[in-house]
Design a protein around this ligand. Structure first.
Ligand SMILES: NC(=O)c1ccc[n+]([C@@H]2O[C@H](COP(=O)([O-])OP(=O)(O)OC[C@H]3O[C@@H](n4cnc5c(N)ncnc54)[C@H](OP(=O)(O)O)[C@@H]3O)[C@@H](O)[C@H]2O)c1
Length: 154
């Protein structure tokens, strides 16, 4: 390992910003990853997170990662149209991280304004204080005809 005095100045400045007790020169990559993961877990602790489109793809993977990051105290509301699939995701999460993450599978079709407007009030009370929204399910009108005519009117 290089003596500290030979490290470039900018790196030393970064070390001071990160943590003066652990200059980067004596931390390996795994230690740095652990530090940032525990900082992230602390920020997520106790939060309530909604992920739309959580039954597959990016939404599902995002939900699982949130649970892995803060497995001790987190509430996850997983929404999509396929409730059974959401229940499978919830079971997968609880099997992997345990009961510290409370998962609520919730059927929600984001293309239906009435369902979206009443979404929060239909949640169990303990899930209503939402801290984070991952607005992943995106509905593109198909065929694009009506959208195109709407845009032409602007
Ligand atoms: N994958 C990519 O490369 C990519 C690139 C750019 C942008 N994106 C965007 O990222 C988002 C997720 O992509 P993805 O690849 O993960 O897609 P995906 O695997 O097809 O997942 C889409 C998710 O959205 C849900 N969903 C679809 N229509 C819905 C509706 N009307 N109401 C509620 N939920 C609905 C689906 O669940 P149900 O069928 O159970 O409702 C599913 O959970 C999309 O908005 C996509 O446009 C993806």
């Amino acid at each position: 390992m290089l003596p500290v005095r030979t490290l470039p100045r900018f790196l030393l400045r970064t070390c001071k910003r990160v943590d003066t007790k652990f200059p980067l020169g004596i931390l390996n990559r795994t230690q740095l990853r652990k530090m940032s993961a525990s900082a992230m877990a602390a920020r997520l602790e106790g939060k309530t997170i909604v992920v739309t489109g959580a039954s597959s793809g990016i939404g599902r993977a995002t939900a699982v990662e949130f649970a892995r990051t803060a497995p001790k105290n987190l509430k996850l509301i997983l929404t999509a149209r396929r409730l059974e699939t959401l229940e499978e995701v919830a079971a997968q999460i609880n099997k992997e991280v345990g009961d510290g993450v409370k998962v609520l599978p919730f059927k929600l079709d984001v293309s239906k304004p009435d369902e979206v407007k009443t979404f929060v009030e239909r949640l169990p009370e303990e899930f209503r204080e939402i801290d984070v929204l991952v607005n992943n399910a995106f509905v593109v009108p198909h065929p694009p005809g009506p959208l195109a005519s709407l845009l032409r009117g602007i």
